[in-house]
Each structure stands twice: as structure tokens, then as C-alpha cells.
Design a protein around this ligand. Structure first.
Ligand SMILES: NC(=O)c1ccc[n+]([C@@H]2O[C@H](COP(=O)([O-])OP(=O)(O)OC[C@H]3O[C@@H](n4cnc5c(N)ncnc54)[C@H](O)[C@@H]3O)[C@@H](O)[C@H]2O)c1
Length: 250
């Protein structure tokens, strides 16, 4: 039997959608950049885009918590591209509020963006992915594994726990179309979400607990996302990849 040689990192001819790619410092932007470098036709979705967050991809405004907005955007994408091979659910918000000070409305908003947003986008993209045996990669967090406690409060941890469970359910249900679903758990990563949020003392304390002795970069998380989206991960579904420098080992 002969096998055609496919380089694991060749995304030419593939269509990728990445949510939350509006900031040039973010994980979504780094993922768009890597996928585009590897040949993919990329669509970046966000509420809005920083001026320096442009690349060789299409930017579309979309609030992932709004199901109708998602439907409109995916109609455009599928009519242009005929299908979707890679979906990266990366959009998210964070807040460090502790439970006694947390209001129901902020818990709800966290779930609407971080959890419902992943459902809205996945549900809407699904029709475009079925015939393409697409790959879904969701961005959860170390906060779901350790119950928040860093920059994320209980609502953030719960929303990312929902992302993890939803991803596993996607793997179970969508495998019949050859669709894989996996997620990454970033640790503490240098992005707009974290920069300037920790005191020098907090940073030193965290770094002392990270075996690799430093925070991660957006590009390092993007590499893990792109690996899970690639043919090299063809038999991986329902799995999580920790990208945390060893901060949480279990
Ligand atoms: N930075 C970290 O340390 C870290 C750690 C673990 C997990 N994460 C997760 O990684 C993902 C990316 O975060 P980041 O660190 O790159 O931060 P970021 O703030 O640069 O990226 C998040 C993006 O999501 C967008 N967004 C927010 N609400 C949205 C909505 N309703 N619809 C569409 N887009 C929306 C924001 O505009 C932003 O561009 C998030 O899901 C975050 O929870 C980050």
C-alpha cells in the first residue's frame, strides 16, 4: 500500500476560522499568522480589530455571544470559501472578581461569551465542516483545571470548564463526520489579557512555581493549536493539550 506524503504543517487549500483575533498581542492573532504562513485561507472574527492586527487574512466583525451575528458571518464565509476545515474558538473575556463580590450579571456575561460563544460558533460552522472532516480547537484555560485563582475568578473557571466538557461532547458526537475536537489549556501567557495585570511580586511568585521559569507567549499557544488542527493530530480527538510551562502538572 502506498501513502501520499502530506506534510503535517501544510495547510494550503484549507479554510480556517479563528475567533478573538482582533489584538496583535493575542493568541488568536498569533494563530491566524501561523495558519496563514502555513498556507491556509484564514478568517479572523472579533468584536473589532486593532489597527496593527492586520495580516494576509479576512477580518470580520462578530460578537460570538450573538447567535444571529454568527449565522450572518458564517453565511458569508461559507459562500466565499465553500467550506471550513479548521475552527479555532479562541474569543474570551476574563475577570478576577471573587465569589462574594460577584454579581449574577457578570457570571452570566462570562458564560455568554466564553461558553455560549463557543457553542454559537461551532453550531453555526458545523454545516460547513461536515463534508470537509474539519478540526475544531477550543481555547480553555489552566483556570478550569485549578479552579481559577490566578487572574480568573470562579465565573471564568466555570466558563472554561464548560469549554472543556463541550469539546469532549463535540468529539463524541461529531466523529461520524470525521470532525475532530480538541482543546488547549494555556497557563499564564503574555497577551493583552495579562500584561500589566500582575504586580512584580505576583509575577515573581508565579514564575517561581513554573518549572520553565517564565510566562508563555501567544506564539507558543498558537503552535499547540495548529498542531491539534493539523493532519499530524489525525487520530487525536476529545483531548486536551496543556501549554503552561509545567505550572499545572497532573
Ligand atoms: N493570556 C492568558 O494568560 C490566557 C490563559 C488561559 C486562557 N486564555 C484564553 O485565551 C483566549 C485568548 O486570550 P488572549 O490572552 O489572547 O487575550 P485577548 O484579550 O488578546 O484575546 C481575546 C479576544 O477575544 C475578543 N472577544 C471578547 N469578547 C468577544 C465577543 N463577544 N465576540 C468576539 N470576540 C470577543 C477580544 O476582543 C479579544 O481580541 C481567551 O479565550 C482566554 O480566555 C488566555
Amino acid at each position: 500500500m502506498t501513502h501520499a506524503t502530506t506534510f503535517w504543517n501544510d495547510f494550503s487549500g484549507r479554510v480556517a476560522v479563528v475567533t478573538g483575533a482582533g489584538s496583535s498581542e493575542g493568541i488568536g492573532f498569533a494563530t491566524c499568522r501561523l495558519l496563514a504562513q502555513l498556507g491556509a485561507q484564514v478568517y479572523a472574527l472579533d468584536l473589532g480589530f486593532q489597527n496593527d492586527a492586520q495580516g494576509s487574512w479576512t477580518q470580520l466583525e462578530c460578537d460570538v455571544s450573538d447567535a444571529h451575528a454568527c449565522e450572518a458571518v458564517f453565511r458569508t464565509i461559507v459562500s466565499e470559501s465553500q467550506g471550513i476545515d479548521v475552527l479555532v474558538n479562541n474569543a474570551g473575556i476574563v475577570s478576577a472578581t471573587r465569589i462574594p463580590d460577584m454579581e449574577s450579571a457578570s457570571f452570566q456575561r462570562m458564560m455568554e461569551v466564553n461558553a455560549l460563544g463557543v457553542f454559537n460558533v461551532t453550531h453555526t460552522a458545523l454545516e460547513g465542516m461536515k463534508a470537509r472532516a474539519g478540526a475544531i480547537v477550543n481555547v480553555a484555560s489552566i483556570a478550569a483545571q485549578r479552579g481559577g485563582g490566578l487572574q480568573g475568578g470562579a465565573h471564568y473557571a466555570a466558563s472554561k470548564g464548560a469549554v472543556a466538557s463541550f469539546t469532549k461532547a463535540c468529539a463524541r458526537e461529531l466523529g461520524r463526520w470525521g470532525i475532530r475536537a480538541n482543546y488547549v489549556n494555556p497557563g499564564v501567557i503574555h497577551t493583552g489579557m495579562t500584561d500589566g495585570k500582575f504586580s512584580a511580586e505576583q509575577l515573581a511568585g508565579m514564575q517561581a512555581q513554573i518549572p520553565l521559569g517564565r510566562l508563555g507567549t501567544a506564539a507558543e499557544v498558537a503552535s499547540a493549536i495548529v498542531f491539534l488542527a493539523s493532519p499530524a493530530a489525525a487520530y487525536i480527538t476529545g483531548s486536551a493539550l496543556d501549554v503552561n510551562g509545567g505550572y499545572h502538572i497532573h
